[in-house]
Design a protein around this ligand. Structure first.
Ligand SMILES: *[C@@H]1O[C@H](CO)[C@@H](O)[C@H](O)[C@H]1NC(C)=O
Length: 161
């Protein structure tokens, strides 16, 4: 009896897992970065490519998806537009920016959305996680990434829609 109670309890906790708060929904355009050059450099990105990446305009769009408990996330740039439709905690296969297949999982915990990428065609490549939080005034989406011990942040300003 006690075991069944415990199972029901954990099911309930799972079902009630926090949804992504409304403050995350909207359209956000990159405004500035902290430590981005050092981050790219530590990833082995060459000087010229770094300049191009830093100058590129990137827009992120978070929205509720068509199905109950689903979300959509877009990463828009002149290089490529990527759109994912997902449920929290459920891995799916999507195209990465490098045009190869990635296994991607989104989660939400403690006010932070995480986007985890595992490259299916390149298993030796270290998986990457992007962390997203909202600024206190809900006007900026802050993305944080760490690689080789170097952490960088990119700030995306909410666009009027
Ligand atoms: C979003 O697009 C930018 C610019 O093309 C790219 O550098 C970045 O890696 C992309 N981010 C994700 C999570 O795909």
């Amino acid at each position: 009896m006690r075991a069944i109670g415990l199972v029901l309890f954990f099911c309930a906790v799972y079902i009630m897992a926090d949804p992504i708060p409304d403050s995350f929904f909207g359209r956000f355009k990159v405004d500035r970065s902290e430590n981005f050059d050092e981050f790219l450099s530590a990833k082995g990105v060459g000087f010229l490519t770094r300049q191009i990446i830093k100058l590129a305009s990137v827009t992120k769009v978070f929205a509720k998806g068509p199905a109950e408990g689903s979300y959509t996330f877009e990463n828009l740039s002149s290089k490529k537009n990527v759109k994912y439709d997902f449920k929290l905690g459920e891995p799916f296969t999507g195209e990465g920016l490098d045009s190869t297949k990635h296994e991607i999982t989104f989660n939400f915990k403690d006010g932070e959305v995480t986007e985890h990428h595992k490259r299916l065609d390149n298993p030796e490549f270290t998986p990457e996680t992007y962390h997203y939080t909202m600024s206190d005034d809900n006007k900026e989406l802050i993305m944080r990434m760490t690689n080789n011990g170097i952490t960088c942040k990119r700030f995306f300003k909410r666009q009027d829609s």
